[in-house]
Ligand binder design. Structure first.
Ligand code: ADP
Ligand code: MG
Length: 354
């Protein structure tokens, strides 16, 4: 017996990659710790604006699991785009493609195992469904057949002890039933428009008057009335039904996690430390030309300030802003060969004016 992995240890690893999302990291660390102990973990649904780290968190878990190398707990993980699922579920038997993909992934790692053991491992897998908001059961008041089918396909798998599957030729080609009840599902989506819908519900809609104005005392001694709204305080399961997740589907998720919008401070952190940030990419490009980049803290702060003004893009806004800053120098880096390229506040201000 190896010691069980504790959630804080997992959270520490995931938190190095995913910044400013302590709640989501915590929830998924608990689910993973339970899963690794062979316990029932409870499926997780993540809701968060675009560019706040949902896919990054899924990938961080993938990387963390792959690095563990404990063959007794080495279960396959697949990440599927909900749109692809919608496509497949119009062709295949519900849920079959997911199980077959898990089986294939298991075979890639353990090609010497006999089929029943491969199936056993596959049935313990993790299924990440990204962009789950793309399989709404209705869009603009009209039923959405693709979305309904895709949700039904997932429902066929979740908590089902006997899912019929036809094995691929390499595994004998027979029809078998698979106990899928131990699969762990993590779904994520941006649910664009959800924020506005919930805000409307509590201000002008069915629950109007629920959100009360707060008195804000200002320095000058004046008092201002302000509505302080946060989705975390008001989101209910019913809002997600209205959005287009069916009650049956939603009922299979034990926890609903909201990702935070990224603050300026977190954006600074991501800009400096995210291995995929525009800064790291620029560093690679310039270092291939023998140029080092030095960027001042004031310049970084200014870039984050500009990015936070585009909340719809999340951390992706950093890249867009930094591109504007770097465009000219990247176009003609010859001027800087063999030197240090200094990026300071005036250069950023200048670029943002263009
Ligand atoms: N919380 C975060 N911590 C670190 N990097 C992040 C975070 N949020 C977004 N990013 C960066 O922004 C980009 C988009 O993030 P992603 O996880 O794909 O967003 P989404 O929530 O839309 O799935 C990635 O390159 C990622 O590195
Ligand atoms: Mg994503």
């Amino acid at each position: 017996m190896t010691d069980p992995v504790r959630p804080p240890e997992i959270a520490e690893a995931l938190g190095r990659r995913v910044m400013g999302q302590p709640e989501a990291v915590k929830e998924l660390s608990i689910a993973l710790a339970k899963k690794l102990q062979g316990l029932s973990a409870g499926n997780v649904l993540m809701v968060g604006s675009s560019g706040t780290g949902k896919t990054t968190l899924m990938r961080a878990i993938e990387v963390w699991l792959a690095a563990r190398e404990d063959p007794r707990q080495d279960w396959p993980l697949i990440r599927v785009h909900a749109n692809v699922l919608a496509e497949e579920s119009s062709r295949d038997r519900p849920g079959e493609s997911i199980l077959l993909r898990l089986l294939e992934r298991t075979r890639e790692r353990y090609d010497e195992l006999p089929t029943p053991q491969l199936l056993e491992r596959a049935a313990n897998g993790l299924v990440f469904v990204d962009e789950v908001d793309k399989i709404r059961s209705h869009v603009g008041g009209e039923p959405n057949t693709r979305g309904i089918r895709a949700q039904e396909a997932l429902l066929t798998l979740i908590e089902n002890e006997a899912v019929p599957v036809r094995l691929p030729d390499w595994a004998g080609g027979e029809a078998v039933t698979v106990d899928a009840s131990r699969l762990l599902f993590v779904a994520a989506g941006a649910f664009e428009g959800l924020y506005e819908a919930v805000y409307d519900r509590v201000t002008i809609g069915a629950d109007r008057g629920s959100l009360r104005a707060m008195s804000v005392f200002e320095n000058a001694g004046t008092v201002r009335q302000e509505l302080q709204f946060s989705l975390r305080d008001w989101l209910r399961y019913e809002d997600l039904f209205d959005y287009g997740l069916t009650p049956q589907f939603l009922a299979r998720f034990d926890s609903l996690v909201l990702l935070d919008d990224l603050s300026e401070d977190v954006l600074v952190e991501i800009f400096l430390d995210d291995p995929e940030s525009g800064l790291q990419q620029a560093r690679e490009y310039f270092s291939s030309l023998g140029v080092e980049i030095a960027i001042s803290p004031a310049a970084v702060r200014r870039i984050a300030q500009e990015a936070v003004r585009q909340p719809r893009l999340g951390a992706r806004a950093l890249k867009e802003v930094f591109r504007r800053v770097m465009r000219e120098v990247e176009f003609d880096p010859k001027a800087n060969v063999g030197s240090v390229l200094m990026v300071d506040l005036p250069e950023v201000e200048e670029a943002l004016k263009r």
